[in-house]
Write a protein that binds this ligand. Structure first.
Ligand code: TXA
Ligand code: MG
Length: 374
């Protein structure tokens, strides 16, 4: 009952997208690729359609959705006030991985915004997402297309695994490029407030608001939402992106990363864990040179010590780490691993978003690793 189609982004023809656009305009749910992660879309102006998103995902109803649009003029229908800041950020980053929070108009149903007086808006750049939304001719509410609590899907196969049989349509358009969700910025005021780090970095946002006609306060970095106050981005309070195994982050210290990992892996094995390792190319080369020489270990491989190891990009190119993170975490679900040691990266530029997601996967490092006795 779920219509599934595989489409190549390079040649996404209107006639292939047509039935899915039709489904959306008829109030049905369709999962589709965006440049960040896959989204599960429905007509944002149709209360019932929006409801079916929450049902399909098992998502708490107090977590608002992002409304996706295909052209600038759609923002005028949904946002009460477009601040100069929002205009500037949209001009710079749309279409792309940036979500803007603005005061909402009354046409936006309460179920989309979870009762807030603001709405989250994003114009995706992925050709399939962009064309699909344009053809549907409606604003499309779309959270990430995973079951609530699972890592966001970056491949069609992830969506099929989570949502087949629960939604009306799935478009498999290959791998999402960025691999992490959009940056959510509150743009209701004079200064940008980053509510969720993501594909667009804080540095990029600062650069964009610098030297504009309005005197944005660029001497200070954009404020980040404080944990203590009521969560301004409600979704950030939930446990997210968690694979089945517990995740422990191995921090950067003076000791070489590979050595730290090896040390901790031994300790956790001693406690009875099946240990998995998620590390960069650099750490693999240093710690397990033979495995490295054998070739790609992007999929699960076993080290001589018996640990499952999955390679996740290179420190020289943080975008490769971001791009594969969720896929790698999900890959561990296919193994017997009970605890994943994940290599930390420095929290600069894209590293902020990467570490934010890793910490969420490890539940802020507070979750006690659980052990299932046989
Ligand atoms: O990249 C993305 O943003 C993906 C793709 C599909 O566009 N979507 C996505 O949606 O990640 P979701 O629902 O998984 O995350 C939306 C985030 C949540 O943390 C939610 O709380 C926040 O945006 N949000 C939505 N509306 C908001 C609002 N009015 N005020 C503050 N935060 C809001
Ligand atoms: Mg999500």
């Amino acid at each position: 009952n779920t219509r599934i189609e595989t489409i190549k982004a390079e040649n996404c023809l209107d006639e292939v997208l047509e039935p899915f656009a039709e489904m959306l305009s008829q109030g049905k749910t369709v999962a589709f690729p965006t440049e960040t992660v896959y989204g599960l879309g429905a007509n944002a102006l149709d209360e019932k359609a929006v409801q079916s998103i929450f049902e399909a995902k098992g998502r708490p109803s107090d977590n608002p959705l992002i409304v996706h649009i295909a052209q600038w003029k759609d923002i005028l229908k949904l946002a009460e006030e477009i601040t100069p800041l929002a205009k500037k950020l949209a001009d710079t980053f749309w279409p792309g991985p940036l979500t803007l929070i603005l005061k909402k108009k009354s046409v936006v149903p309460e179920s989309v915004t979870a009762g807030l007086d603001t709405v989250a808006l994003r114009m995706p750049s992925h050709p399939i997402a962009h064309r699909l939304i344009a053809m549907a001719g409606i604003p499309v509410a779309a959270p990430s297309a995973n079951l609530s609590g699972k890592p966001s899907p970056t491949r069609g196969s992830h969506v099929i695994k989570d949502l087949k049989g629960r939604v009306d349509g799935i478009i498999d358009g290959g791998m999402a490029m960025v691999g992490l969700e959009s940056t959510v910025v509150d743009a209701t005021g004079e200064y940008p407030v980053i509510l969720r780090p993501g594909g667009i970095t804080k540095e990029q946002i600062m650069e964009a608001v610098k030297g504009s006609e309005r005197d944005f306060r660029t001497d200070q970095p954009p404020e980040e939402s404080k944990k203590e106050v009521a969560p301004r981005s409600p979704g950030m309070k939930y446990v997210h992106y968690a694979p089945n195994a517990s995740v422990v982050i191995v921090q950067v210290t003076d000791t070489p990363m590979a050595e730290s990992i090896r040390h901790q892996a031994e300790a956790y094995r001693f406690k009875g864990h099946k240990v998995g390792i998620l590390c960069t190319e650099e750490t693999l080369k240093d710690g397990w040179p033979l495995l490295w020489k054998e070739g790609k270990v992007e999929t699960d491989r076993i080290t001589p010590e018996g640990w499952h190891i999955i390679l996740n990009g290179s420190l020289r190119e943080p975008s490769t780490i971001a791009g594969r993170l969720f896929d790698a975490l999900r890959s561990f679900d296919e193994t017997e691993v009970t605890l994943i040691l994940a290599e930390a990266v420095s929290e600069k530029s894209l590293g902020q978003a990467i570490m934010n997601r890793l910490k969420k996967a490890s539940n802020g490092e507070k979750r006690i690793p659980r052990l299932e006795k046989k």
